[in-house]
Design a protein around this ligand. Structure first.
Ligand code: 5RP
Length: 264
């Protein structure tokens, strides 16, 4: 790995713990003003001190994140369809140029591959091209896998999608948590972070993060379970304690309650 790639990877995965807490706020690129992110700037700014990496779109970054902010950026560079697409057939391609990603000083770029879906070939070839330029300039590609309906997101499917992403050159894989998650991690030669998915009770989200880390994930790339929480700042700090300080879900819940009480 050359110096630039190594340096960016160590900005994404914290060297002190080998873990990362990414805050995903890219939802607007296909969901519009997602609940909790209607006011992107005011929602995310208080959360930045607790995130290791921010995952925005380029519009979100330019318009809502001050350039003076010292946080590594995992830039969303794929898009192409919205949630209004009648059959919800996602079909994404590269939507940000290399030059713009470099101009935005990114630490990495995120691209969705839609394995097992009608447009999988386009997304696989699209990500491969992005991997080509990413490797040329020392920028890691994070493959987002398993977005979409009706995929049966079990260990078999997620192992297939994650392994494919790694074989295609992704340096990090984002996927969903499932039972037997060790199988997904053990068959994937690059680090895995889990997506949070739809909002769930806080305890469940913490248990999921904890179980994923126990199974070998190197962190979370969480969005809705943080910014849609009753107290997003308390939630991100509690998830952070699981990621970097090995808190159990119970300990993290206690921290959450005490942070909530303090802020009242
Ligand atoms: C789907 C995505 C997201 O837009 C987002 O990053 C998901 O985060 P969460 O599920 O935790 O809200 O990756 O393409």
């Amino acid at each position: 790995m050359d110096w630039g790639m190594k340096n960016r990877m160590s900005r994404i995965i914290r060297p002190e713990t080998g873990k990362t807490l990414m805050l995903a706020v890219d939802h607007g690129y296909f969901m519009g003003p997602t609940s909790g992110l209607e006011d992107l700037e005011n929602t995310l700014l208080p959360l930045l001190p607790y995130a290791d990496v921010l995952m925005p779109t380029r519009g979100g970054l330019r318009n809502c994140v001050p350039a003076e902010t010292d946080i590594p950026i995992m830039l969303r560079v794929s898009s192409g369809t919205s949630i209004l697409n009648e059959t919800h057939l996602l079909h994404e391609g590269q939507s940000v140029s290399v030059e713009d990603a470099i101009r935005l000083n990114v630490a990495g770029v995120a691209f969705s591959i839609l394995v097992g879906q009608p447009y999988e070939r386009d997304t696989i070839l699209g990500m491969s091209q992005v991997v080509d330029w990413g490797e040329r300039y020392g920028i890691p590609v994070l493959a987002v896998t398993a977005v979409g309906k009706g995929l049966g997101k079990d260990a078999r499917y997620l192992s297939l999608a994650s392994r494919m992403a790694a074989e295609l050159g992704a340096r990090i894989v984002k996927t969903y948590y499932c039972e037997d998650f060790e199988k997904v991690v053990n068959s994937c030669p690059v680090p895995i972070v889990i997506a949070g998915g739809k909002k769930m009770p806080e305890m469940d989200a913490m248990q999921m993060a904890y179980d994923a880390l126990q199974a070998g994930a190197i962190g979370v790339d969480m969005g809705r379970n943080i910014f849609q929480a009753e107290n997003p700042a308390a939630m991100i700090q509690s998830v952070r304690a699981i990621v970097h300080q090995n808190y159990t879900p119970q300990e993290a819940m206690e921290l959450l309650e005490s942070l909530k009480n303090k802020s009242e």
